[in-house]
Design a protein around this ligand. Sequence first.
Ligand SMILES: Cc1cc2nc3c(=O)[nH]c(=O)nc-3n(C[C@H](O)[C@H](O)[C@H](O)COP(=O)(O)OP(=O)(O)OC[C@H]3O[C@@H](n4cnc5c(N)ncnc54)[C@H](O)[C@@H]3O)c2cc1C
Length: 366
Amino acid sequence: MSEPYDIAVIGGGIMGCGAALRVAQGGMRPILLDMGDLGQGASGVNAGTLSLQIKRVSLIPYALRGHRMWEQMGDAVGFHKTGGFTVAFTPREAELLLERQTLKAAAGAPIEFISVEALRKAEPNLSQKVQAASFCAEDGYANASLTGQYYRARLGAAGIPYRERCAVTQITRSAHGFTLQTEGGIVSATRVLLAAGGWLRPLARMLGVDLPVAARINTVSVTERMPTIMSHVIGHATGLLTMKQKTNGTVLIGGGWQGRGTPQTGRGEVTAESLSPNLALAQFAVPALKDARVLRSWTGFEANTPDFYPLAGALAGVPDAFVLGCVRGGYTIGPYISELMGDFILGRDPELPLFDPGRDFEKALT
Ligand SMILES: Cc1cc2nc3c(=O)[nH]c(=O)nc-3n(C[C@H](O)[C@H](O)[C@H](O)COP(=O)(O)OP(=O)(O)OC[C@H]3O[C@@H](n4cnc5c(N)ncnc54)[C@H](O)[C@@H]3O)c2cc1C
């Protein structure tokens, strides 16, 4: 029997790929397994928004470092730093904007409030109904559909074996650590990292742990090519809209509107009840969008915990097992938090604190 790997990383999204790269840099011999293709999950189908303005306040330090990493990845991931505006249409939304962005600025995000006149100059196609706006020069986007090919190249260059279409169906503890039954045969490893996104719960159950993970079914839409109608990332004070126009003229519209389905059944379903208000809000913000045809809408599964903070650390009660996932804005933060996770597995002190997967969620909510 061949030597067990130092760690089996289960899940080839941003979290799993980033952590595998980090532990390999630190001298470990990892193997990465995905039930589909690398980046086929949330990491490859998300809206690609890299906006500090839509991050939770306490995740801002992680997002700032994530932004820097995306910038370094550059063209290989379709990175564009456009700057971003977040807009409010009513006094209540303006209050919300002030309250939220002030806290984020205090946490280190370079967010400023700008006048409606300055906004109109920068984005003349935005609705005349905007009452207040904030701006962050660091905001931008990358192309999520490049995630798989990007990490495939990096894992290959680092000499890290990865197996695609190789679902892990059972995990048992053994003398040397863990024995994984997979669709491609048995894999043995001293440690395991569960990085299976919306599929974390069934995976952790294989080790007898019930993680409180639920999946959200986010919807994203893309329009046909349009003449230039916006040049920054545009968001709404409630967080229910993000938009950007790609260099090819298409406009990507998201905002966390919910479709239907479960990760277990594979694909989610776009519903008219959530698509219509999402597109209506987009059109309200940029009226020129009324001339655009939506070419495609799709869903992806985003994992969530009851307190909406990540799971990143040791899996309680199972020595040498680790978990990483459920990061709000996980596309932005993923490259950075996966390095922190790798450091933790290597026995190093992470630069910023991780998020104990064994915490008391009831207590965290009170
Ligand atoms: C539609 C949508 C839009 C989003 N928009 C944004 C955005 O604009 N900006 C932002 O910052 N964040 C966004 N997010 C969040 C972000 O995409 C996620 O937080 C992040 O990609 C999660 O990465 P992950 O590696 O944890 O999970 P995933 O990318 O889902 O990876 C998990 C992997 O595990 C594999 N897997 C599962 N079970 C098994 C098994 N048993 N055996 C082997 N492999 C398994 C899956 O095939 C999958 O590839 C969005 C999410 C969605 C769904």
